[in-house]
Ligand binder design. Sequence first.
Ligand code: HEM
Length: 445
Amino acid sequence: MQAISRDFLGYTRQMHREWGDIVFVQMYWEKVCLLGSPELVRAVMVDNAASLIRQERAIEVFSRVQGPSVMMAEGEDWQRLHRLLMPAFSPRRVAGYARLMVDAATPLLDRLVPDMPGASGLINMDELTARVTMDVICRTLFSTDLGDTARQVTKASHALNEIAMQELMVPLTLPDSWPLPGKAAKRHAMRLFDEVIDKHIADRRQMPVDQAPQEDVLALLLAARDEEGGGRLSEAELRAQCKVIFLAGFDTSAKALQWWAWLMAAHSDKAALAHEEVSRVLGARTPQAEDLPQLPYLTATIKETLRLYPPAAGLLTRRAVKEIKVGPWTIPRRSMIIVAPWVLHNDARSFPQPESFRPERFMPDAPPLPRSAWMPFGLGPRVCIGQHFAMTEMTLVAAMLLQRYELSKEPGQPEPVAQLNLTLRPAQTLFLRMRRREPAHERQV
Ligand code: HEM
């Protein structure tokens, strides 16, 4: 247990290398089963989804922050919340959010360095990507941005991630009201989140109907009706869904964009190909959802980033509520099942030369990948509800960045070390140089 809590990434990789695609380990009171091949992961997460729940400790830790969210629900509660939320995340709806996304990103990207070709600055990528994705999630949820509170909310979210990661590694959490180290920071962060979410919901309720936005996520959640069982979201459920969308939606995409920026800076040949595609398709025009199918190489750079650095790595832990048979193996009831996407993503059987950054693997004309070998968004019924949202957001922001800037690392700058803090992040704050490009010409659609 200590080895796994010290270095979850290293431990799961080592177990896979030494013991193969399915590993059974007794860790104190826990029977643990680690899965490491696409076939086995599919057999468990898809074919036996009905025999799984989220691991209870994860539910305990995250529910304190989120409340009764779709991410924490199980069984019929989950099915109902999932039905109520899904329409807000359909590909058609997400395409509609694209305008809100580019509106959020434009002012932040425009003012990074002085507005003259060749001007450059060393940019804190953690701050930049957190700010952009937070504004994106806030605009798509509430049609507003966070203004001056954005920095505080980012800090609060990092604090909550760190605390949650620590709590997941121990069997119980002492009450948050106790005067213990770290509890004041946790209470402060949770209060800040509650206030932000409650304020936006209250503001919306006070708006005259004809002035309230109709197209953002909050509007859809307020209007959502369960077609099967009838009913709508209760007040507590509404807050919890806003919180989970906010928390799950901004940090994951921020970390992914940060890794993408690093890979572009470290692989100038691939960045040049992506930039060439963006200039050919868009020129200086602001990208829209309809442009995305015309940007296959850019999309491939993002998918390859998610392969090398799957951001939401810690969520894929399950409890078997029944015995599960897969091939010749039996996973006993009550086992804790761990699926580590970075193990699957680094397997040379699926991805030859897995350590190298090769977006070409994800081009439409590349040989097909083994089914489920790439799974940054999870797999089965609990797959990420925001995956179209995230891919749309990241591709739009990446295109806008490449339109404006050339990314490079500083001479001798080492490759960042990946560290799991709920999301996979660079262990040290990442700075990259951004140099403003010559303005491109307007291109007509
Ligand atoms: C690069 C970005 C993202 C990645 C890599 C990612 C990954 C994941 C993963 C691995 C899961 C867990 C799946 C499982 O337990 O089987 C998940 C669940 C979830 N994600 Fe994402 N996510 C991303 C962005 C987003 C965004 C933008 C939103 C919302 C706007 C979102 C909302 C959710 C929700 C609500 C769940 C819970 C779904 C459920 O339990 O039914 N995610 N995500």
